[in-house]
Design a protein around this ligand. Sequence first.
Ligand code: NAD
Length: 268
Amino acid sequence: MSDYYKDKVAAVTGAASGIGLGLVEKLLAEGAAAVFMGDINQDSLSKESERLDQQYPGRVFTALTDVTVLEQVEALIRSAKEHAGHLDFVFNNAGMGMTVPTEQVTFDIWRFILDLNLLGVIYGTYTAIPIMREQGFGHIVNTGSAGGLLPVAYQALYAATKSAIITMTECLQYELETEGLTFSVFNPANVITGIFGDLAPPPDAISVEEAMDYIFAELARGSLIIVLPQTARDMYRLYRENRDEFDKLARHMASERRENYRTKGTYY
Ligand SMILES: NC(=O)c1ccc[n+]([C@@H]2O[C@H](COP(=O)([O-])OP(=O)(O)OC[C@H]3O[C@@H](n4cnc5c(N)ncnc54)[C@H](O)[C@@H]3O)[C@@H](O)[C@H]2O)c1
């Protein structure tokens, strides 16, 4: 992975658990000079940052950050920049999953998920861009989802947020790469985190550590769209290259989910 992360300064949102915490730990393990952890959950933020500070003294910082509040995202990112005068990475990661039958959807739920999953990423991206343009470098990494690349039944709200993040990230890469900026969006399928709530993670789910190894290698290569694990990459290829087969699979998944909702009240 060479020295891509060594002595770098990063800000990470949704950093107190799951994938965000995995990003923080991997950055520190790869030699980052300072990682600024933002999360809405003060207890987890304190607990995890204190644990990491024991292992990496003086390299972990925290800011209570609700990504739906622009000023709080700005404060997190600006304090990272002010720390050593450079801002190398911003990981706009905070977000949540949402799989829900249409009859249960309200416009308040739409607003909630757009605020958290989409505007939260937009706030971080558009706060970091002028800072990185001025310094002439920087890597903005957004957390998308396989659900933003592949249309799946019962995920219209979630897909609306994640597909927007993916295409926004691509547009910005083509617009700003000549100024030294790099954009990436990584798109996991199932990674074992709290996102599954009370449900057991699906059988094909991978660990956060396994996900980080793949993501960090791809980021160091400057990959724009990152998809993981292999099963998701296979599905994505099917979607692009054999739409008839993908349609069959998507309809099969829809009927399975319909039946699971009817009999168990959940989608799997
Ligand atoms: N785990 C997966 O399988 C999976 C798959 C695809 C995409 N993702 C994406 O990965 C990202 C992280 O999810 P995760 O699986 O680690 O879940 P997680 O629930 O373990 O972590 C989410 C973190 O975000 C924080 N958070 C929630 N609302 C926030 C807010 N308003 N402001 C700041 N922080 C907030 C939570 O406190 C938590 O620490 C999300 O964007 C999610 O959509 C996860």
